[in-house]
Ligand binder design. Structure first.
Ligand SMILES: [Zn+2]
Length: 584
């Protein structure tokens, strides 16, 4: 990695690969204030002096004085040269280096064009009265905050911005690629017309795109810049450039839907706020936010669309390990409207009362069922336990208690459902044939080998005695029970009375017994068949042993000592020799 592309790639890597994630994969980190602490991987120590900063995206060891950024860590830890470290991170985080090589020289140029455009819109907004200014005044935004957010105005002409860039001599292709202008029948025209302009600025302070709200009846109501080399909606959040410090300081972020929500909350003094860019919340947006806090309050519009957006967003936040709450503004369309009517304190009260995401989700789930009926209760619980299984046992128990209260179904019954009682498995001795899950239907799973052994044991005491050495062959429920019954009879010194056996067995098992008695025949070849059975068993056991040893060896590289690897290898060779002998 060299040449003009290098800086951009490094920027991209740093903005996409969170150092806490990267180091956390190889060093166990614990939160300590706003930082993370762990045992230094570069020197021997018993008390942690290795610190990782989420906000600064650097690591530093006070024991051996090593420090650096995410790329530096990967270089040192994996002993890689700079380009290899960059490639490793790019690959793990799905960042395409190739594209960036080609396009990166242009990036600075593109940022500069957007900066010029933002300046142009801002000047149009401030130099004389215009519809955008009166609109924003009507929405109650103070001049100080209009400036802070760089609000602009795109006028009603078709070519104001085009002309402006023509004067500057800007390459038309670049303007097209940024979606600032469009082309139709050889003519160029401004993309944003008669709109309030909200510049979208990334956390490095670069203008990456624009949102525009129509001032007339023009559709769409909100228009965003097209995606470009420097603007990917899924990687960015609105307002974060201004609010990241507040989010970090408060250790929480309020996520809203719209530009106006961000500006309203900010103006009211609630500054730990940000908005996704007219898309459903994405993993990358969450990862970006996680640099500053893991405590997220989703505050979307109070309509049905907002609620289902909160449901989806909460899911992603939950997966990414954030502590999420869902705030729904009562009797208002959105947070902007609410805070204008009720003020900061009422909104903060809502923040304090916002239920955890899981409560919100369970409540929504419950609404889909009629839990006054038994059937509805059962269906609701079935769906709910799937959700509970994603929780820690302690959390799950708390929710089981609550669901029990809501449905009047006992906690123990819900716990049974949670534990998956519908897949009862009877564990028995042995693993022959690799199937240790015994079927409930006794007759089905009883193996040919078991049938042979049972029939022999039923026929003559001498076989019974021999088979006692191989009784781990009985791995099916029915086989095991029949064998036990035969054993009880012989061990009591009684001679075996086959006609009495079924009395001690359940219906299904005695049917399996009858099947063996009727259908397994040896035609005088008992001895030969017995030897073959034993042979098959030994073979299966060796194959099983071989599988285990290969598995152990494949994991040994990372964990075991040289000696134990040698031991395992020897054992494997022995087993394989034995198998060869048998196959001959
Ligand atoms: Zn160290």
């Amino acid at each position: 990695v060299s040449g003009p592309g290098r800086e951009n790639i490094v920027d991209e890597i740093k903005s996409r690969c969170n150092i806490v994630d990267v180091i956390g994969r190889v060093v166990s980190l614990k939160r300590a204030g706003s930082n993370y602490k762990g045992l230094c991987p570069f020197h021997n120590e018993k008390t942690p002096s290795f610190v990782v900063s989420d906000t600064k995206q650097i690591f530093s060891c006070f024991g051996c004085n090593i420090s650096g950024d995410v790329i530096g860590f990967v270089q040192k830890y994996y002993n890689l040269e700079f380009p290899a470290a960059v490639e490793k991170l790019a690959e793990e985080y799905g960042i395409e280096i190739q594209n960036m090589y080609q396009k990166s020289p242009k990036k600075e140029e593109l940022y500069e064009i957007n900066r010029q455009a933002a300046k142009f819109f801002y000047q149009a907004f401030t130099k004389s009265p215009n519809p955008a200014l009166s609109y924003m005044n009507k929405r109650g935004v103070d001049p100080l905050f209009l400036k802070k957010f760089g609000i602009g105005y795109a006028d009603d002409e078709w070519d104001s911005l085009c002309k402006h860039f023509q004067k500057l001599g800007t390459d038309i292709k670049l303007l097209l690629s940024l979606g600032l202008i469009s082309e139709s029948k050889g003519k160029y025209y401004d993309k944003f017309r008669n709109r309030v302009i909200f510049p979208i600025i990334n956390t490095s302070g670069k203008v990456i795109g624009f949102g525009g709200r129509t001032l007339g009846d023009g559709a769409p109501k909100y228009l965003n810049s097209a995606e470009s080399d420097i603007f990917l909606k899924k990687n960015n959040l609105y307002g974060l450039n201004l609010t990241k410090q507040d989010i970090s300081k408060e250790d929480s972020a309020i996520l809203v839907e719209g530009y106006m929500d961000v500006i309203s909350l900010y103006q009211s003094g609630i500054r730990n706020v940000s908005a996704s860019l007219g898309t459903a919340l994405t993993e990358n947006q969450v990862r970006l936010l996680k640099r500053y806090t893991r405590n997220i309050i989703l505050s979307y519009d109070s309509d049905e669309a907002g609620a289902s957006a909160a449901l989806r967003g909460g899911e992603i936040l939950h997966k990414e390990g954030c502590r999420t709450k869902v705030l729904q503004v009562p009797s208002a369309k959105d947070p902007d409207e609410f805070i204008k009517e009720n003020g900061k304190n009422d909104f903060l009260k809502l923040v304090g009362e916002a239920p955890p995401y899981l409560d919100f989700k369970l409540n929504r789930m419950k609404k889909n069922y009629d839990i006054t009926s038994t059937e509805g209760k059962v269906d609701f619980i079935r769906e709910a336990v799937v959700l509970l299984r994603t929780l820690s046992p302690v959390e799950a128990e708390a929710y089981i208690k609550r669901i029990s209260r809501d449905t009047k179904i006992s906690e123990s019954a819900i716990t049974l459902e949670y534990n998956g009682n519908n897949t009862k498995k009877v564990q028995l001795i042995g693993k022959l044939g690799g199937d240790e899950h015994i079927s409930e239907k006794a007759s089905e799973k009883i193996s040919g080998l078991e049938k042979n052994f049972l029939k022999m044991a039923l026929t003559e005491r001498v076989y019974f005695d021999k088979i006692t050495f191989y009784e781990h062959a009985f791995t099916s429920k029915a086989g095991f029970e029949i064998w036990n019954e035969i054993k009880t009879n012989y061990e009591a010194g009684k001679t075996l009375d086959i006609t009495c056996l079924p009395d001690a067995l359940d219906t299904e098992t005695s049917m399996a017994l009858q099947d063996i008695l009727d259908n397994v025949h040896f035609a005088g070849k008992e001895d030969q068949i017995f030897l073959e059975c034993v042979d098959t068993m030994e073979m299966d056991e060796m194959l099983q042993k071989e599988r285990e040893l290969i598995l152990k060896l494949s994991m040994a590289d990372e964990v075991a000592s040289k000696e134990s690897i040698t031991e395992l290898t020897k054992a494997l060779m022995e087993v394989q020799k034995g198998l060869q002998r048998k196959k001959r």
